[in-house]
Write a protein that binds this ligand. Structure first.
Ligand code: M6R
Length: 611
């Protein structure tokens, strides 16, 4: 939530910051703003998207070699010009951008009000900024020191970046809980919430750690902890190309990312799965393989789409490894005082690797002796770094707010881990193991075939885009796929959608069914197929409109449906990687047909770094 960008060096800061904000807009797009230092401190901010800010700045002299920029996902105070970042301090000497939430801001605000401070916004950010200024004034100390003192009193999560009118050669930044990357150039530094605004300038980056303060000049980067001790910046080389974060000829990132799936799943399997040799190599988890095999239970912790991947994995792990699996919403798990025994294995699943609830949930579990495995997409992200071990999903940057390619890559990684553990543990029959390796190996080519149905799915989307509500039903491995299909439709088209286990529908949701209600069945051939067909009959008997995702040649199911999407057959363990794709396309085209911003749906943000 919220994107931050900053620059210091010999180049013009404004174009770098503006471009960076556009790349980070997926993190929030309620308002945008920039502060530049050139003689004086100039702050420009506006409700709406970065393009709206850019338009209002046409013709203004924006020359400066130091600046900070922000794109906001509102937490405290409604999205308007007043609450937009950067904020300026009471004296007008400091400007600050912030990503995160200051939980004790009310108490600090009261203290400042008692001292006569006045506030021009409703934000927690302005409170923190004035708190820093107050400390600087009282102690007559450098900004860096005031920041360190202030942060010791802060409860919450933050990345902050400050500039000071009288010190145009220095940026001060700090982090706890939210991400901050610093790009190292030649006599210049780039700061951002992720590496996307940085990669076209440098591939050398430093990921700032929690409770570190950075003092950044064009030719110098100093990191200190809150106790004023110097920390050594650890320089990492980015393994990412610029093309990966551009639309590459597609109208939207979401469509591009859906179409990338044959490649992303392939990339995820590459170097790990060797179907011919019958091996799976997961070097990231090897060290803990024994403990996973002997674990009494595995807990999957995640949010949103990643939670759905966890649900599919629950079925897979229990079937292939015979280990008890629980799947938890991270936001519930972190507050529930869950029973965690030493040796429990927690698998944190996250595309961004920055989701606040997932991060805190695993921190808590780790402190109680659990082993943490991360199944994460963003390399170097907080969840990846705090995990004891794990496997990256290698799906490349996912920029569309709706998660698509990350989901199939998560399924690929989780299936490989389950296959490896089940096989090494000796509970998975060798022939079945070999069969599943081949099934997994064949998935990228089969995804390609599903994508060939694009035009057919687009036509269906147009047919059903007037619906005001819909039901998604599936059983077994396809039940979480139904949940995921419903989530995609909700977020992209704003049509109410419910996902349900197909049999559970009889216990309530069937009351919704009439001749207007589209009911999307995920009904590929698996051990539940006959039962799902009965459920389809039950919907048909009540005149619901059945749209069925079924296997090629399944004429029996086709006869029960108003419309069908026929996909290649696959073993039920790997089938979700295929059956989810028509649902992603359906949501995309319905949103598009309704004229909505599919890459940036209202009220959402890609990376949920607040709880
Ligand atoms: O980055 P994460 O995978 O941890 O994010 C979890 C959810 O916020 C995310 O999946 C969200 O539900 C997406 N908008 C779904 O499309």
């Amino acid at each position: 939530m919220c994107g931050i960008v900053a620059y210091i060096g010999p180049r013009e800061a404004y174009p770098i910051i503006l471009k960076g904000l556009k790349r980070l807009e997926y993190r929030g797009y309620d308002s945008a703003g920039i502060a530049l230092l050139n003689g004086g401190l100039k702050v420009y901010k506006k409700k709406g998207k970065v393009a709206d800010l850019e338009e209002t700045l046409q013709g203004i002299d924006l020359h400066a070699n130091i600046g900070i920029g922000h794109t906001r996902w509102a937490t405290h105070g409604e999205p308007n010009d007043r609450n937009a970042h950067p904020h300026t301090s009471a004296s007008g000497k400091l400007a600050m951008i912030h990503n995160g939430i200051i939980e004790n801001y009310n108490q600090l605000k009261q203290e400042l009000l008692n001292k006569g401070y006045k506030f021009t916004s409703d934000t927690d950010t302005e409170v923190l900024l004035n708190f820093i200024e107050e400390i600087q004034t009282q102690n007559n100390c450098p900004l860096e020191e005031a920041v360190r003192i202030a942060l010791k009193r802060i409860v919450g999560a933050y990345v902050i970046v400050l500039i000071e009118k009288d010190h145009p050669d220095t940026l001060i930044a700090a982090r706890k809980g939210s991400p901050l990357v610093i790009g190292i150039g030649k006599n210049e530094h780039f700061l951002a919430s992720d590496a996307s605004p940085i990669i076209e300038y440098t591939k050398e980056v430093v990921y700032v750690n929690d409770y570190e303060v950075a003092i950044i000049k064009p030719d110098e980067l100093i990191l200190k902890n809150l106790g004023n001790e110097r920390q050594t910046p650890y320089i990492t080389k980015l393994d990412m190309e610029l093309a990966a974060i551009e639309k590459g000829g597609y109208d939207h990132f979401m469509l591009k990312e859906i179409f990338e799936q044959p490649q992303t799943v392939y990339d995820c399997l590459r170097g790990r799965l060797d179907a011919q040799a019958g091996t799976i190599t997961m070097s990231g988890i090897q060290k803990y393989a024994e403990q996973i095999m002997n674990a009494k239970r595995i807990v999957m912790v995640a949010c949103g789409t990643s939670w759905h991947a966890g649900l599919v994995a629950e079925y897979i792990f229990e079937e292939l490894c015979r280990i008890n699996v629980e799947v938890e919403y991270a936001s519930e798990f972190r507050y529930r005082n869950p029973v965690i025994n030493k040796g429990d294995v927690i698998i944190a699943i996250s595309q961004s690797g920055e989701t606040a609830d997932t991060l805190v949930a695993i921190e808590n579990a780790k402190s109680k002796g659990a082993i943490i495995l991360g199944v994460v997409n963003v390399v170097g992200s907080s969840i990846a770094r705090i995990s004891d071990a794990g496997a990256y999903t290698h799906a490349g940057p996912e920029i569309g707010v709706a998660s698509t390619k990350a989901f199939t890559a998560q399924l690929a990684v989780l299936t490989m881990i389950a296959l490896k553990i089940g096989h090494d543990k000796g509970v998975l029959d060798h022939d079945r193991y070999m069969h599943l390796l081949n099934e997994l190996d064949a998935i990228p080519a089969k995804i390609e075939k599903v994508l060939n149905l694009n035009d057919h799915i687009k036509a269906l989307a147009e047919k059903y885009s007037d619906a005001t509500s819909s039901l998604y039903l599936g059983r077994g491995y396809n039940f979480p796929v139904a949940l995921e299909g419903a989530l995609k439709l909700k977020e992209i088209s704003y049509i109410h959608a419910e996902g349900y286990p197909a049999a559970e529908m009889k216990h309530g949701p069937i009351a919704l069914v009439d001749d207007q209600l589209p009911v999307i069945f995920v009904a590929t051939r698996d051990s539940y197929h006959e039962k799902v067909m009965s459920n389809m009959q039950e919907i048909k008997a009540r005149k619901g409109k059945v749209i069925a995702v079924i296997n090629e040649g399944d004429e029996q199911s086709a006869a029960l449906a108003d419309d069908t999407i026929m996909i290649p057959e696959a073993d039920e363990i790997v089938a979700p990687m295929l059956s989810v794709i028509p649902l992603q396309l359906l949501a995309y085209y319905i949103g598009l047909h309704k004229g909505l911003d599919v890459d940036k749906p209202r009220n959402l943000a890609k990376s949920v770094t607040v709880e």
